[in-house]
Design a protein around this ligand. Sequence first.
Ligand SMILES: [Zn+2]
Length: 712
Amino acid sequence: MVNQVADTRFFNQFFAAQARVTLLEPFVFEEAPARHVGAIGVSTVKGDVHLTVHLPEAYPQGEALFYPQELAGYPHQNVTTIPGHGGSLCLTTPFVDQLASRLKLEIEKLQGWLEKYYVREKADEQYEYVPIRAAKGAHLLFDEEPADYTPERFAEQHSGTFTYGLLRSEKISAELAVSAPVFLCSGLGKMPARWAPTVQAARFTGVWTLLSKEPVLQRKTRMECWQDLLPLLPADFYDLVRQLGLDQHFRRQSPSALGNHFLLAVGYPIPGGSGQEITWDILLLPLSILRRDASSITVQDRFDAFGKKRLLWGVSSNAAYSRFFGRGQLPEAISGRRVLILGTGAIGSCLAETLVRGGLRMLGLADFDLVAPGNICRSRYQFQDVDSSKVIALKRHLLSLSPYASVQAHGSLSATMPGAKKWQETVDWLSKYDLIFDCSANNQVLATVWHAIPADRIIHLSITEGAEQLIAIVGDGACPLQERREQLLAHLNRPLYPEFREGAGCWHPTFRASGANIESMVGLAILELAEMARQKKKFRTFSLHHTPGRGIQVIADQQYTQVELGLKLIITSECLEQIERLALLHHPKEFGGVLIGNYSEAGDCAIVSRIITPTKYKSSPTSFTPDPACINQQLRQLPEQLQYLGDWHSHPDGPGQPSATDKATIAKLAAHPDVRTRSPLLLIAQMRQHQVMPHFFVQHQGKLHNYTSTTT
Ligand SMILES: [Zn+2]
C-alpha cells in the first residue's frame, strides 16, 4: 500500500531540489485516477515554462505526464486534454525500477525537450504526424505510395469521390481499447487501389478533396473547428457537394455505422520517400449538408454556417504495400515472383504463409488432399478445416493475412511425360508461374516439373525424419533435380520416401516432425534463399542440418565447369571446409585423401559429397602417399550409391597446378582396372599464407583438363 502522505512529500522535496526547477504548486494525491498532481516551473533562456505534472500512484510504474501550460503544437507533443494546457510531452523515458533514478531521467529528458524544441525551435528530420483528437466513428485504411504524388495527378481536379468497403465493424469493449469500424478504400485522389480484388467487398462512396496545406494552426496543432478549415478547401469541392446533393443514391448509401454522416477524406502533401507524398485524414460530415431544398442558400453558405462548429475527425492509416510490408518484406526476387507451391502439407503451408507475410502478391497452391486432424499440429490449418480441401482452406487463411495477395487454388500436379496426353496442359499451367516450390516429396512430381519448365525456376524443399535435415534443391543446370535429391539423401543415409505410417493403411507415410521443427527449418531455408536474392546471386542447392544443442549448419553446393568437355562438378561447402581444415592442420607438410560421390545418370556431372582420409600415409612438404589398403578398406564400407571419384591433396606454399608426379599418378589411376571411373578427378588444395584455394582437374582420354568455378 502506498504511503500517500510520505510520497507526496517525497515528490515535493525531489522537484524542489532539482537545478533550474521550482515547485509552483505542491503535489497532492488524487483518488480517481490515483495519482500525484503538482505544478513546476523549469527555467530556460527564453524564460520559465510552467508545467502541470501527473505521476501515477504506482510510479516508477506507468508514465509521468508533463503538460506545458502555454506551449502547444510542438514536436512530440500530444493532443490537448486538459483545458488551458497544451498536450503532454512525449519524452519516452526508459523504464528504471527505482523511483528517484527514473524521475531524475524524466527531468533530464524534459529539459532536453525544452532546449531542443522550445528554445532552439528544432524540427525533426522525420515527419511527425499531427496528433489528432479523433471521434471513434471510423477508421479508413488507404493505399498511397510516395511515388503516387505527381504534379499531373491533381492538375485538373482537386475533389472527387472514392469508394470504400467495411473491413470489420467493432463493438465497444469496457476493458480493451475502443475501436472504430474499419473501412478499406480505393480511388482517393483518383488513384486506383492496389488491394487484391478479394478484399474489396461492400461498396460505399465518399468524397475526397485536396487541401491547399496541412490542416494545422500555428505549429502542429490540429484544426478543431470548421472556420479554420474552410479557407483550405478548393473551389471544386463545393460544386461536387452540390452535385452529390442532387444524387438520391449518394445520400442513401452511407453505412449505418456512420450514423447520419458520410466520409470526407482530406489530402495534403507531407515529407515522405525522397520528396513528398500525400497523406489523407478523414472527417465525418452530416448528411444534412446534402439536403435539397428550395431556398437560395448555396452549398458554400451551408459550410460557412458551420463556423465554430467542431470538426469531427476520424482515424486513417496508410496501408500501402511499402508500409504494410516495410518492416519485413522479402526481397523482390522472391516476393515479386509468381510463385506456385506444389504440395501444401506441413512444409508447403508454412512456406506459403511466410511468403505471404513477406509481401508475396501472386501465389498458386496445388494439392488434391483434404485436411486431416493429424495435420493441424504442424500445418497452417485450423481445426474447423478438417475434411475441407487443403488448398481452399489455405487460400482462405492466406487471404485473411494480406490485402495484397491473390491466391489460385489448383488440384494436384499429375506426374506425366513429354508426349503424353496431358503434357501440354501441364506445361501451360506450370508456365504461368516463374518460381515453383516443390514440397510434394515426390520424385515423379519433381521429374515432371523438371521436364516441363526451365530448371532455374524450380526449388525443391523436403525434410528428413525428425526434421533433422532440410534439403533445398535448386535447378542449377548441372544435373536433374531428382538425381541431386536422391544423391543428397544417399549421402545423408536417409530413405527417399517417408516410412512412418500413422494408424492403419499404406497411403499416408509421413515424417515425424513437430510444428517447431518445420517452422524453424522452413524459416531458415527462406532466409538462405532471401540472402542469395539480396546478394543478386542465383539460387543454389543447400541443406540444413540440425544438431540439438549445437544449432543448425548450412551446407551449400559449389559448382565448377569444364567448358571444353561440357562437364560439371558439384562439391558441398562441407567437403571444401573439411579439406581446408586438414590442409591447414598438416601444414607445412602435404596431406590428402579421396573424393567420394557419384556421376549423374547422363555422366556429365560429378557430385562430390564426401571425402575420405587415410590414417596411414607418408608425407613431406612436397609429397604425399596414402596407404592404399587403408583407403580401400574405407571405400568398401560406402553405401552402394556412393563411389570413388578421384584424389585430392594439398600443396603447402606450392603451385595450384599438378606436379609431374601428380600427372603421372592420375594417368595411372585412369587406366587401373579396379578404378570404376575412367575420368578421375584431381583436386589440388593450394595454400598461400594460410588461405586454401581449390583447383579441380579431370583426367579424360589421356589428358588433364581444368575446371573453373561457376558459383557466383
Ligand atoms: Zn601434388
